[in-house]
Ligand binder design. Structure first.
Ligand code: PBG
Length: 325
């Protein structure tokens, strides 16, 4: 035999030398759920190891992450029911705790990257990402609300805004509003190909944000579609997005690969709550080994083409990297 592929797998050092995909902690983003109050650290039952946290607890968590070189965070608010209304007015209100916590994090940890969530669902009494009128999600009437929310987040100091709502035209509308308000340096990480997935369950438990009626299929993409992601990518690019995101990640590795091939923009992948919960459950049952399975999963998303990975495993991965280094 002239060719023996096993020669390059002979030792750990050789295997590492020829390793194609690598995942650095700097490419990871850690999602955090915020809640108003003090001394609150309330575990999300369907996503063990993840918590709804008040400002004091979040600051402690962030400090621990920064020590492990994990500097990127995506923040989501868990809003009290009595603050929710049809137009998500609390999302840009002056006393919105989510905006205040972001401001505080940036003042204490200026080197972090904070990513926001632009969508109406955490603030909406209807639990939908857009404005519900007569039982329908009205695309164009949602846009000014999303733009207002975006400007408030930019004012609070978020580095990147993450429109996750899937309304048509929102990236352009948000870009214009940001520029007009002078926030030319605030970036947009657009949820470009966001699918109507069953894997957002634990996240909706965390925020208590499930739709009150119907589902999200008139705005989130059909899981059967791949080419349609290219239409969304073209639009987001033309409208000024700085990152394109695919969400979820594991069930959509082919879509990540497709966007990577077709775009020069950085590609982000959101390894969502349900995808992480599955693995946690299997590991808690003793059916899989977390230290082995978790990095394999993250690496598969990277190998598919993601430049940035948002994952509830980011902190554990950073911890393992610190330990191995
Ligand atoms: C809301 C939003 C969702 C997620 C991120 N932003 C839920 C949804 O669209 O219903 C899900 C993230 C996860 O499951 O980890 N616009």
């Amino acid at each position: 035999m002239l060719i023996r592929p096993r020669r390059n797998r002979r030792s750990e050092a050789i295997r590492k030398m020829v390793q194609e995909a690598r995942l650095d902690v700097s490419q990871l983003v850690y999602p955090l759920f915020l809640v108003d109050g003090k001394n609150i650290k309330d575990e999300v039952k369907s996503l063990p190891g993840n918590f709804r946290m008040s400002e004091d607890e979040v600051l402690k968590t962030i400090e621990g992450c920064v020590e492990k070189d994990l500097t990127n965070f995506i923040l989501f608010p868990s809003v009290a029911d009595d603050l929710k209304d049809k137009k998500a007015t609390y999302s840009w209100s002056d006393d919105n705790f989510y905006l205040k916590v972001a401001e505080k994090i940036k003042s204490e940890f200026p080197a972090t990257t904070l990513i926001s969530d632009v969508a109406m669902d955490p603030y909406s009494s209807d639990g939908h990402d857009g404005f519900v009128i007569d039982g329908k999600i009205d695309n164009d009437k949602s846009l000014p609300i999303l733009a207002k929310m975006a400007v408030a987040q930019a004012e609070a100091g978020f580095d990147l805004l993450g429109p996750s709502d899937m309304m048509d035209g929102r990236v352009g509308m948000i870009r214009k509003a940001l520029d007009e308000a002078g926030f030319v340096d605030t970036g947009i990480m657009s949820y470009t190909a966001k699918y109507a997935s069953a894997y957002y369950g634990p996240f909706r438990d965390a925020l208590d944000s499930a739709p009150k009626a119907g589902d999200k299929k008139t705005y989130q993409m059909n899981p059967a579609n791949k080419r349609e992601a290219l239409i969304e990518a073209e639009l987001d690019t033309a409208e000024g997005a700085d990152f394109l995101m695919v969400k979820p990640a594991l069930n959509y590795l082919d879509v990540i690969h497709l966007l990577k091939e077709h775009s020069e923009l950085p590609i982000a992948a959101y390894h969502v709550s349900g995808e992480c919960a599955m693995l946690i459950a299997a590991c808690q049952n003793g059916w899989l080994n977390y230290e082995q399975a978790m990095p394999e999963v993250l690496l598969s998303i990277r190998r598919a083409g993601a430049d940035v990975i948002i994952s509830y495993f980011a902190r554990d991965y950073a911890e393992m990297m610190k330990f191995w280094a």
